[in-house]
Structures are given as structure tokens and as C-alpha cells.
Write a protein that binds this ligand. Structure first.
Ligand code: PLP
Length: 396
């Protein structure tokens, strides 16, 4: 055994070589991310991310903050003053919506139809809400009648729901829900993580009071920012709180002193992530929301037609199917996990597996942001056609 010579002490300390690894520079492969997210970032977003950082109070950065806020309002179709990219991922922005508005004992009704509805219910409970849930099977959506009956029964302060359920591939129809929430005097909180920038979202027309999203899906940016927005009714609830928001980092009244007109330091903003976000939102505005939505729809339909041709069955009926995320049933006798590992290891393509009750039952194919392109659809369909048969067991 080779013994390591004793190193000279540094002052009173003996420097330890434990944990010191010798590594080469990072060399990740260029994957094609066709799973539930993250999706590939647009090349000019990656360029923006690699620019030299500037100070988070530099007048140029302060100008950029305003640009990001304004473009987020466009993407969400809202005039909300309090529209901020939270430092953190979608879950941080999700938490911000609840942390700022829930007071202990408030009733929060969560419409659960998949994994992310369960997360909302868990988070609301942590802010000491009295949580009630209504549930639909994973692959279905709520009707307006079901929502109204639950509002009437529970009389919540907040109704929280997921627009685009990434765990199931269901798009919740939103028409009429906001009106019902006004009628029952409750706030409407909406998860738009897998919808923003990719499928129609009309926050103000839908009368949504609180919403959040992420950077890594329809916006073609890497993960790291969680867009957050709050309308006047939610602001009024925040202003009427008896106690401080029980989460310092996500307290919008503090954050707004930085993102609003005062520009007072709160935390050191991840400036390069916001460079990337500005570029992602600039690209979206350049394309135009209606064109981006039409592109996502057309490529999803191309995928659905191709899957049908191959005899593969989507899990969700077409009228509720999300253009950004398609759940495909794994055929009887096929080792779904082995096939997705094969796609990753042999072709560098990521496709997701099922979550929760759909684990082992579906693949999740994402076509989001920069990745929603016909050539990606065709490449994946070709691989399903040529290489899936080898993953069917002999008995099937
Ligand atoms: N909500 C939905 C619908 C999601 O799909 C996700 C993540 O995929 C989240 C919330 C959480 O976002 P993040 O993983 O960025 O924290």
C-alpha cells in the first residue's frame, strides 16, 4: 500500500485531502429532451446565459428586470403589477402563491387530478391551511358542475388547480371557473408550469388571481426561475394578513421592493438566469403567442397521428389532451423502462416514464418550447417504429 506523505500543517490545522477529486472539465452529451421537462433551451438563450454577469443593482440590469416583467405579462395575458420571476424552480413559485396568501386556518380547496395537485395540497397544509380536496382519476379533468358543487360545499378562501397536469397529460378546461370563484368569493390559484408559452393561457380573462410557472418548458430556458403573478384580489388578501408571510425568501411584499419601483436589495438575483429568461421571452414575443400555440398544437397532432398509425394508444381522450405532454400507454408485454433507457443510451433522447398511479403504465412525451418541431416528432416516431418491436416479450 502506498502511504500518503504527511502534509505540512496550515497554521493550527492539518489540511485534509479527503473529498478532493481530480476531474476533467464538464462534458455532458447533447441530449434531445422529449420528456416532461426540462426541455432543450433555445441556442440564443444559452448564449444569453453565458454572458458576463452584471451587478443586480446595475441600472442596465434594473432595465432588464422591467423588460422581463413586461414580457411575462404578455406571455400570461395579464396586467398584474406583481409579476416576478422567482429565484428558484416552478415549485418555489408554487410555494410563493400559497405562502403569501394562506393564513392559518384558511380553507384551501385543491382540485387533484394528478401528481402536482397533490403537491399543492401538501404545500397548503404546511402553511397551516385547512385543506380539502376533490379528485378525478388520473387522465380526466373536472367539469364546471363538479367545481361549483365543491365550492358550494367547502366555501374555501382559495381554489387551487393545475391547468396542464404533467403527470397525466390532461389540460383542464378553464372557461367559467374564475366566474364561479368570484361568485363564491374565493381566490383562483392556477399552475401554468406546462402551459405558459405553449398553449392558450388568458389569466385575466379567466379571472385567475394567482399563477406560477417555470422556465424550463414552454419558455425554452433551463430550469432555475419560477415566474409568479398575483392579481389585485390576491394582493388585497396579502395586505390584510394578520401575521408576516411565514417565508422570508418568498415574501412578495419584500420582493416587490426590489422588483417594484424602489429597487431595494432583497437577495442577489440570479442575473444570468434572468438574461436567459429575457431572451426566451423576447423570442416568444417575436414569434407571437398565437403562432407559438399553433406550432405546439400542430406538432402534437403530428405525434398523435403517428402514434395511432403505430397502434400506440394515448392515455387521454383527444379533447382533453395536452399539446405539450402526451401520455402514451405502454403496450402489454413491452418493457417500457428498458425502451426509454435504450432511447437515452443509444440515441441520446429522453422520454419520461409514468408518475404516481401511472408509473410503469405510460411513457410521457414532451414537445415543449424549442423542442416542439416536426423533425423531433418524426425522429421519435421512426425510432418507435423501428426499435420498439425488439422490446416486446415473446409471449406478447
Ligand atoms: N407543476 C407542474 C404541473 C409541473 O409539471 C412541475 C414540474 O415539472 C412543477 C409544478 C414543479 O416545477 P419544478 O420542478 O420546476 O420545481
Amino acid at each position: 500500500m502506498v502511504s500518503t506523505p504527511a502534509r505540512p500543517p496550515v497554521g493550527d490545522h492539518q489540511l485534509s485531502e479527503a473529498h478532493r477529486c481530480t476531474l476533467g472539465p464538464i462534458a455532458t452529451p447533447d441530449r434531445l429532451l422529449l420528456g416532461p421537462g426540462p426541455s432543450n433551451a433555445h441556442p440564443t438563450v444559452l448564449q444569453a446565459l453565458s454572458r458576463t454577469p452584471i451587478g443586480h443593482l446595475d441600472p442596465l440590469y434594473v432595465e432588464l428586470m422591467g423588460e422581463v416583467q413586461e414580457l411575462l405579462r404578455y406571455a400570461w395575458q395579464t396586467d398584474n403589477r406583481l409579476t416576478i420571476p422567482m429565484s428558484g424552480t416552478g415549485s418555489a413559485a408554487m410555494e410563493a402563491t400559497l405562502a403569501n396568501t394562506v393564513e392559518p386556518g384558511d380553507k384551501v380547496l385543491v382540485a387533484v387530478k394528478g401528481y402536482f395537485g397533490l403537491r399543492l395540497a401538501d404545500m397548503a397544509g404546511r402553511y397551516r391551511a385547512e385543506v380539502a380536496t376533490i379528485e378525478r382519476p388520473w387522465g380526466e379533468a373536472f367539469t364546471l358542475e363538479e367545481i361549483e358543487a365543491a365550492l358550494q360545499h367547502h366555501r374555501p378562501a382559495i381554489l387551487a388547480m393545475v391547468h396542464a397536469e404533467t403527470s397525466t397529460g390532461v389540460c383542464q378546461p378553464m372557461e367559467g371557473i374564475g366566474e364561479l370563484c368570484r361568485q363564491y368569493d374565493c381566490l383562483l390559484l392556477l399552475d401554468t408550469v406546462t402551459s405558459l408559452g405553449a398553449i392558450p393561457v388568458f389569466l385575466d380573462d379567466w379571472k385567475v388571481d394567482l399563477a406560477y410557472s417555470c422556465s424550463q418548458k414552454g419558455l425554452s430556458c433551463p430550469p432555475g426561475l419560477g415566474p409568479f403573478t398575483m392579481g389585485p384580489r390576491a394582493e388585497a388578501k396579502l395586505a390584510a394578513r394578520r401575521d408576516k408571510v411565514p417565508n422570508w425568501y418568498l415574501d412578495v411584499s419584500l420582493l416587490n421592493q426590489y422588483w417594484g419601483s424602489n429597487r431595494v436589495y432583497h437577495h442577489t438575483a440570479p442575473v444570468n438566469m434572468n438574461f436567459g429568461m429575457r431572451e426566451a421571452l423576447r423570442l416568444l414575443a417575436e414569434e407571437g403567442l398565437e403562432n407559438a400555440w399553433a406550432r405546439h398544437r400542430a406538432n402534437a397532432e403530428r405525434l398523435w397521428i403517428g402514434l395511432e398509425r403505430l397502434g400506440l394508444e394515448p392515455h387521454v381522450p383527444e379533447e382533453l389532451r395536452l399539446p405539450t405532454l402526451t401520455t402514451v400507454r405502454i403496450p402489454e408485454g413491452v418493457d417500457g423502462k428498458a425502451f426509454s433507457l435504450h432511447l437515452l443510451n443509444t440515441h441520446g433522447i429522453e422520454v419520461g416514464g409514468g408518475l404516481g398511479v401511472l408509473a410503469g403504465k405510460v411513457w410521457r412525451i414532451g414537445l415543449m418550447g424549442f423542442n416542439s418541431r416536426a423533425e423531433n416528432v418524426d425522429r421519435l416516431l421512426d425510432l418507435f417504429e423501428a426499435e420498439l418491436p425488439a422490446f416486446r416479450s415473446a409471449a406478447a
